[in-house]
Design a protein around this ligand. Structure first.
Ligand SMILES: Nc1ncnc2c1ncn2[C@@H]1O[C@H](COP(=O)(O)OP(=O)(O)OP(=O)(O)O)[C@@H](O)[C@H]1O
Length: 604
């Protein structure tokens, strides 16, 4: 009960905050709307009884009143619909802002990698679009129905308190059943969320340009479509089951209320036939019974829907609670400029308690101004090191120190602002070339010169300049920029990689440069050229470089081989080659590939 009232307060807070005038209008409409049916019945009675008794003033009162209602009611209806739609738009802006602020407020990736979080997020997203407005209309709708019920109830009670009580009591079983049905529906919504989420995933996949080639080459269209439909059918089966149950319960209870109304009507008609009351009174009683039945069932339905909507809205409130928490949280100190260096001290990490350890006591140091290259087999944990350094995950044991300060005790955003990074799975945004680079540091959004400098570092300036609209060319063919439709360009894999490097290079003042597989897609000449430029960049930065191409790491101040979650060996290229360990073995293996190719060519 307390949770429900908290949720209601929150919904009203959002609604009244976003659309105060619509809220005021809806309250007025609730009162007027609630009394309209009663007024109609009484004006009808005045006309009928006026005609029977030949009282002209009563007839005219009824006619004028009736006419006024006939004019005012539709106007009220239209004003109310306008107010409702406008409120929905304003509420949506507010809730979308809150929801995505909440999603970004999670400083780590842990929540985003949790499927339950995504299920909850989907429900929260749905609730964000309709729940506050709907909850408000439901409460007002309930208020309106109550006004109608009380107004007609008073009329009926004057005739027969017993029959009136019977009419009201007949609603109770429906109320109980509807509340239970609403709870079941709320639970069903939670159960079907993963199915609808997977269905949306397959739908997005079938429309995704990046997936389009494999889908066609491997003939996956029907296969994915089949999976999409399977999820949809499974979710719909649950909905159908719920709807059938509701149909059965609703029909039975509606029939029961109908019988009660029939009995009540028979009683009242018999009384008028016995001379107790006028024909006009009977008209009011018939209208009262009809309205009571309609209003009571609408009231019950709205109370039940209120429960269901509150369940869904609860997810929105839970997800957005993080905004309040982060506002209340004591602000962490900012990361200072790096003066001494970065250190991993006996760091242990696994992605979940039931997963294997990825890092098992990693200890490594990068003194300021130096470069560390991390090499190792696939899955050794190199990218995980980057994610921990960026504060996307927190070590289970051990400490990562930025100038001696545990990074979990500093503001993650301030730490990230001191890093320039290229991730192995970098993003390819469907934006212009300029914006694609500028997202690396939003402060460069209006600074073409800076963006071009960064592109030049990645040997990309002339390529981007030569595009149909230069840097303003859209790097996609799925969206146009409006002014120049059809000139979107798709970059090659290596060009995209250079663009990701430019994004990292944009942060000229970054204290540390992180390059995770920066050259895997580059051609040999470009790789050589970019290496030369990146080396110049690395000389002025502290840097962490990850690469499987050992020729790109040999110039690093120190090379560490990561194996089994810890450092197997570390030293300069020459030191490691001399010691003849894993690095030397890998280096010889790669070099022999080139030697083999060269010797087979020369022997041809
Ligand atoms: N988000 C994640 N959730 C669960 N496990 C993960 C996640 N990311 C990586 N892993 C696991 O952690 C291990 C290390 O992965 P990581 O990406 O750090 O390796 P890597 O050394 O960078 O590999 P590669 O050379 O192939 O890029 C792998 O076993 C991988 O399956």
């Amino acid at each position: 009960m307390r949770r429900s009232s908290t949720l209601m307060r929150r919904a009203f807070g959002i609604y009244f905050g976003a659309a105060p005038w619509a809220a005021a209008v809806s309250i007025v409409i609730m009162v007027v709307g609630g009394l309209t049916a009663v007024a109609t019945a009484w004006f009808t009675r005045a006309i009928i009884d006026g005609l029977s008794a030949g009282e002209k003033s009563a007839i005219w009162l009824g006619v004028v009143g009736f006419g006024a209602l006939a004019i005012v009611s539709p106007v009220i209806l239209h004003v109310s619909q306008y107010a409702q739609r406008d409120a929905e738009r304003r509420v949506t802006i507010r809730t979308q802002q809150e929801l995505f602020t909440a999603v970004s407020a999670h400083p780590r990736l842990t929540e985003l990698e949790d499927s339950r979080f995504h299920d909850q997020l989907r429900l929260a997203h749905e609730a964000s679009r309709f729940a506050p407005t709907q909850l408000n209309s439901m409460i007002l709708g309930i208020g309106q129905e109550l006004i109608t019920i009380v107004a007609f109830g008073v009329t009926l009670v004057r005739w027969s308190p017993l029959v009136s009580a019977l009419v009201v009591l007949a609603v109770l079983p429906t109320l109980v059943a509807q509340i239970r049905l609403a709870r079941m529906r709320g639970a069903m919504l939670e159960r079907t969320v993963p199915m609808f989420r997977r269905q949306t995933f397959y739908a997005a996949l079938l429309l995704d340009m990046r997936a389009a080639k494999e889908i066609r080459l491997f003939g996956l269209g029907q296969f994915f479509q089949g999976r999409l439909l399977r999820e949809l059918r499974a979710a719909q089966a649950q909905e159908r089951h719920q709807d059938r149950l509701a149909l059965w319960v609703d029909s039975t209870l509606a029939a029961l209320t109908g019988v009660v109304s029939l009995v009540a009507l028979a009683v009242f008609v018999a009384r008028v036939a016995d001379g107790h009351g006028s024909v006009g009174d009977l008209v009011v009683v018939i209208a009262a019974l009809a309205a009571l039945q309609t209003s009571a069932s609408s009231l019950v339905r709205q109370i039940a829907m209120l429960g269901e909507t509150l369940i869904v809205f609860g997810h929105y409130v839970d997800i957005t609670a993080v905004i309040g928490e982060s506002r209340r949280a004591v602000a962490l100190p900012s990361a200072p400029p790096l003066k001494q260096g970065l250190e991993f001290d006996d760091v242990w990490f696994r992605y979940a308690p039931d997963h294997d350890w990825v890092l098992r006591g990693l200890t490594v140091r990068i003194p300021r101004g130096s470069s560390l290259a991390l090499v190792g087999d696939n899955g050794a944990g190199k990218s995980t090191v980057v994610k921990l350094l960026c504060g996307f995950h927190v070590p289970d044991r051990g400490v990562i120190r930025w100038d001696g300060i545990d990074i979990t005790t500093i503001d993650p955003a301030s730490l990230r602002a001191r890093l320039g990074a290229t991730f192995q799975d970098f993003m390819t945004y469907e934006f212009s070339a300029h914006d694609n680079i500028a997202v690396g540091d939003i402060s460069a959004l209006d600074d073409r010169a800076r963006v071009r400098r960064a592109a030049a570092t990645a040997d990309l300036d002339s390529t981007l300049n030569a595009l149909p609209n230069g840097y303003d060319t859209m790097l996609t063919r799925a969206f146009s920029d409006g002014d120049a439709p059809g000139v979107g360009v798709v970059l090659s894999g290596g060009q995209w990689q250079r663009l990701a490097l430019a994004r990292a290079a944009l942060r000229e003042g970054a204290d540390m440069l992180i390059l995770d597989e920066p050259s895997s897609g580059l051609d040999v000449a470009t790789e050589h050229e970019i290496n030369r430029r990146l080396m110049a960049l690395r000389r002025t930065h502290t840097s962490l470089l990850i690469s499987h191409r050992l020729n790109t790491v040999r110039e690093a101040d120190s090379i560490a081989v990561l194996s089994d979650g810890r450092i197997l060996e570390q030293g300069s290229h020459d030191e490691l080659m001399t010691s003849g360990g894993r690095y030397a073995e890998l280096f010889h293996l790669q070099a022999s590939g080139y030697d083999g190719a060269i010797s087979s060519r020369t022997s041809m």
